[in-house]
Design a protein around this ligand. Structure first.
Ligand code: AMP
Ligand code: MG
Length: 320
């Protein structure tokens, strides 16, 4: 069975083509604002302008035509309305024109499912760390439950916002990781509330410290503090759910220090730790195809309307 998956929740238009056994292609284009954050209309204009070429590239690389595709999947939730609409229209146009079944999927759960597929981990706690999302997810009682999450901004948006105040262009994460290597510790607030984390107060605190400290020191302290917060919550989720594996995903999973901290925590408690290859950690169409495939095989019809705010734990899981 050949599945074409379309990702379009925020800044990336991604198309993946897969079968049960193979990932055939993973094409994508991402919107990069010249300055400031992501402007919703500009992002969606960009996605629409690239949709056709990314679809063509994914099919060509896969050596398939639309007539070979058995199912079209797209990210219907959660995300930015403008962006979601672009992927939804692209998927519907293909499905209706070529008379293929269509399935809408949840983006966050797609990150989890592609992680399970490529790492071989069956039942991990998932630390999902991206621009807009920061969630600790585990499968419990028939659903993917959110055991901990940010109560304000996502970890990546937090890092990018600090970077912007410090004059570093988007995306700030890689540059902050570089600078952090030369830094030493400056005390910052540490904000874990039960199982949840909060970044906005730390951002304000860092902003106030900008002129008074070396940027390297602030970058180092930022990483040590907020990564420790997320690792602490992940560890508690592992303990509470009695799970034996941690999977990290999302764009911030590129960070080597975050991975190292996860690895150390897991080693100390005898748990496994893995991350998918980076091109499957960031937003991509392959993960959408993977979740579409699993849902379709489980007989789930799947909504085809978009939903900006659907939560991970609202989705009924019939394929596990
Ligand atoms: P996503 O939303 O999953 O596409 O991830 C994008 C986010 O990942 C942006 O906020 C980036 O700043 C962040 N990011 C990328 N590379 C790194 C890195 N090496 N360290 C920290 N954050 C990163
Ligand atoms: Mg994502």
């Amino acid at each position: 069975m050949i599945v074409l998956g379309i990702e379009s929740t925020a800044h990336t238009f991604g198309v993946g083509v897969i079968t049960e056994d193979e990932i055939l292609s993973n094409a994508k284009e991402s919107y990069r604002p010249e300055k400031g954050g992501i402007h919703p209309r500009k992002a969606s204009d960009f996605l629409a302008s690239r949709a056709g070429s990314v679809i063509r590239k994914a099919l060509t690389t896969a050596g398939a035509g639309m007539e070979d595709v058995d199912l079209v999947a797209f990210s219907r939730s959660p995300g930015m309305g403008h962006s979601l609409r672009v992927g939804s229209v692209a998927a519907k146009t293909l499905a209706y024109e070529f008379n293929k079944p269509l399935i809408g999927v949840n983006h966050c759960i797609a990150h989890v499912e592609i992680g399970r597929r490529v790492t071989g981990m069956n039942d991990p706690v998932v630390l999902y760390t991206s621009g807009a999302n920061t969630q600790v997810i585990a499968f419990q009682g028939g659903r993917y439950r959110v055991f901990g999450e940010t109560i304000d901004m996502g970890i990546g948006n937090f890092i990018d916002s600090f970077a912007r105040y410090a004059g570093i262009p988007f995306p700030g994460g890689p540059r902050i990781e570089e600078l952090a290597k030369k830094g030493k510790y400056v005390e910052l607030p540490y904000v874990v509330k039960g199982m949840d984390v909060s970044f906005s107060g730390i951002l304000t605190n860092l902003r106030q410290k900008l002129k008074k400290h070396e940027l390297e020191d602030l970058c180092y302290s930022l990483q040590e503090t907020v990564f420790a917060m997320m690792v602490e919550v992940s560890e508690r989720a592992l303990a509470h759910c009695q799970k034996k594996e941690l999977l990290i995903t999302g764009g911030v999973a590129a960070n080597k220090r975050l991975r190292e901290m996860c690895r150390l925590m897991c080693k100390e408690r005898g748990a496994g730790f893995k991350a998918p290859p980076m091109d499957l950690c960031v937003d991509n169409g392959v993960m959408i195809a993977e979740l579409g495939l699993k849902m379709h095989k489980a007989g789930v019809k799947g909504e085809v309307n978009i939903d900006q705010g659907e939560r991970t734990d609202e989705v009924e899981i019939k394929w596990r």
